[in-house]
Design a protein around this ligand. Sequence first.
Ligand code: AMP
Ligand code: TRP
Length: 347
Amino acid sequence: MTDLPIPAYSGPDRVLSGVQPSGALHLGNYLGALKKFVDLQNRMECLFCVVDLHAITAWQAPDQLATQTREIAAAYLAAGVDPRKAVIFPQSAVAAHAELAWIFQCVARIGWLDRMTQFKEKSGKHKEGASVGLYTYPVLQAADILVYKATHVPVGEDQKQHLELTRDIAQKFNHDFDAPGYFPLPEPLIEGPGARVMSLRDGRVKMSKSDPSDQSRINLTDDADTIAAKIRKARTDPAPLPESVEGLKDRPEADNLVGLYSALSGRTEADVLKEYGGQGFGQSFKPALADLLIETLSPMAAEMAKYAADPAEIDRVLAAGAEKACTLAEPVIAETKRLVGFWSDKA
Ligand code: AMP
Ligand code: TRP
């Protein structure tokens, strides 16, 4: 018997990504995710969800969750995502995500989930006290992506392992249910200097919502003075900026700040160092970096404040997006259930 090649997925390109409504967004979320969303919406069909089902894997106050969901949607719009081009919706409004997640929980193996480093980080020493949802979190993420047969997923580097799991689940489903090429094996879109933004206090840990120190991150809603002060105080080593990119090696704080400058200005790191190499950080590099940040973030913060004052506008966008997303997910969940062999009166 000859080994015939397995037919590859041949459907259209489609982008899906999501952000959790679990706290204020920061510069890492902008450069790792939102900025890429804006670039992609002109090139491919895009769906961007606010992943409220993921958010409740850790406790969220019920009287704040809907507001937090609107805030993430407002951040999408303020960053430049256009609801006429991209579908913006709350995950919990499309039941097919949770439905497909259950099927995928029966496809994924415990051994696969046991390897997920984000679960280990988030559950820490109190694994027994973590929710079961936190453990199966990456399976729901696979369902978010595959319920639209999305082919491309823009995310920060911390999500790489979850995307590998998504591909494993897609492949095993296609194999187990004898449906070659049914689910695509989605590509993560991670590359670029903003894929891993580090803490301003410690260049070896990533910038994160959960860091207890607000000085460690630039929030998208920080005002100009706060941004300037945080950059002025950002940790650096005592040496001047290096003259070349190789000189950033083993200097995590310098590497992070130069990477930020590059991501925000669109210039290469080599070009940035040509201008600032040899100088102390405080001389003109840090003030220029603060200016770049303020230029990028201040208009976004103003837009977000405008939407916060008019939640009805956000609700219209989310409702229209949810309707569109349901329409797109419906045939996929129906066909998937048929492949699994569930009863249906339409068979
Ligand atoms: P989350 O807020 O955890 O839902 O993350 C939303 C998006 O932001 C995901 O695509 C993350 O990979 C991305 N992200 C979060 N933190 C960072 C960071 N420090 N650097 C780059 N991307 C990040
Ligand atoms: N796990 C992602 C994060 O914490 C959020 C997320 C949920 C996501 N579902 C997704 C990202 C689907 C991309 C695609 O950052």
